[in-house]
Design a protein around this ligand. Structure first.
Ligand SMILES: [Zn+2]
Ligand SMILES: [Zn+2]
Length: 369
């Protein structure tokens, strides 16, 4: 069938919105009609070549929609189901999956970076008949796609579908990191660098865990109001003042846990120096593969500190995303505050440029007809 999609063909050139040919789902796959897809900071990073994804690919890894058709043997979803599209599809049988870490599954990681379905082939071709790849199984910026059923998470039909799209990336990454990996306790002194979609969910989750103080650091003053509304107790504009001594003062010596959600190496260095003894720096933001954060690790040892990387909130997609759906429906996630606006697929390059200029202060979600 003919579909319309935003294709990333070259780094630093933006997206080309094209008509593509999509093959029907094969065994274990489903055809999805997308309703919404969020524009994540990782989309911007991918478009700049910060992480090495194979091109050309249909971009987008945070999407929701309706199952239209299923291939042979599919049991996890059926036509008519509303779904969030997860960007990890745990194989269930690699050492990581067997150890309960499907979020870093090595069994399907090659397909994740190579942009194929689980059988190592693509369902997409362009007007010249050349293969186009799938963005991290999801290919969110397309009106239709094919997904492996193991990456599809059914959601209730009364959940707004733009909220459901955020269930694919920024919500589980933020909430899982705070609750499953960092295990923030009431009264823990917490700081968060970066108020993008993930950072905003980290703040909500840390507020739900009663972190105090809960300090947000960002370089855009425009994000102060939203950070405080989402539950931060303090906001530091790092373009105006050095956040390290301010945090040391507010926390009587440094934060217990710091979440670095911006992916900026300089932010990681600042966050490192703002830790107290035995504190933990949780790196969530993804730097470019060519970037380095210079850290004086002498003080990691003397202060017995920890640096921890977390991917996808360390969640089990099929078990944890439904819990976040319940919390969203209870109002805990404040998604109407986190979602700043909707856009049309044709406007994706404008959204990309506005994110690069740091003009977006919340999630922007592509709406399909
Ligand atoms: Zn993302
Ligand atoms: Zn696996």
């Amino acid at each position: 069938m003919k579909i319309t999609a935003a294709v990333l063909r070259e780094i630093n050139k933006g997206y080309s919105v094209e008509e593509l040919e999509l093959d029907p789902p094969k065994a274990g796959e489903a055809l999805i009609k997308y309703a919404y897809a969020g524009y994540c900071h990782s989309d911007l990073s991918n478009s700049k070549g910060f992480t090495k994804m194979k091109l050309p690919m249909v971009a987008g890894h945070e999407a929701s929609g309706v199952v239209m058709e299923v291939g042979p043997g599919v049991t996890k979803v059926k036509p008519g189901d509303h779904v969030a599209s997860a960007w990890m599809c745990p194989c269930g049988d690699c050492p990581e999956c067997r150890a309960g870490m499907g979020n870093i599954c090595s069994g399907t990681f090659p397909q994740f970076v190579n942009g194929t379905m689980l059988d190592h082939t693509s369902r997409l071709r362009d007007a010249k008949g050349n293969t186009v790849l799938h963005g991290n199984f999801v290919s969110g910026f397309s009106n239709y796609t094919v997904m492996p059923e193991g990456a599809l998470i059914p959601v209730p039909k009364n959940l707004p579908l733009d909220w459901a799209a955020l269930m694919s990336c920024c919500i589980p990454t933020g909430w899982g990191t705070v609750t499953k990996k960092a295990n923030v306790q009431p009264g823990d002194r917490v700081a968060v660098w970066g108020m993008g979609g993930v950072g905003q969910n980290v703040v909500r989750a840390a507020a739900a865990r009663h972190a105090y103080p809960l300090i947000v650091v960002d370089i855009e003053e425009a994000r102060r109001e939203k950070a405080l509304k989402l539950g931060a107790t303090h906001f530091i504009n790092a373009s105006k003042e050095d956040p390290v001594p301010v945090i040391q003062g507010l926390t009587n010596g440094g934060a217990d846990t710091i979440f670095e959600c911006s992916g900026d190496p300089g932010a990681t260095v600042q966050a490192y120096w703002a830790l107290r003894a035995s504190g933990k720096l949780v790196q969530v933001g993804i730097m470019g593969e060519h970037e380095v954060a210079p850290l004086a690790l002498t003080f990691l040892v003397f202060g017995q500190k920890t640096i921890q990387g977390v991917l996808y909130g360390a969640i089990a997609t099929r078990d944890d995303i439904p819990k976040y759906v319940d919390l969203a429906q209870k109002g805990e996630l404040m998604l109407d505050t986190i979602i700043e606006g909707h856009f049309k697929l044709e406007e994706i390059n404008d959204i990309r440029e506005r994110m690069e200029r740091r003009e977006l202060n919340g999630r922007w979600v592509c709406k399909f007809d």
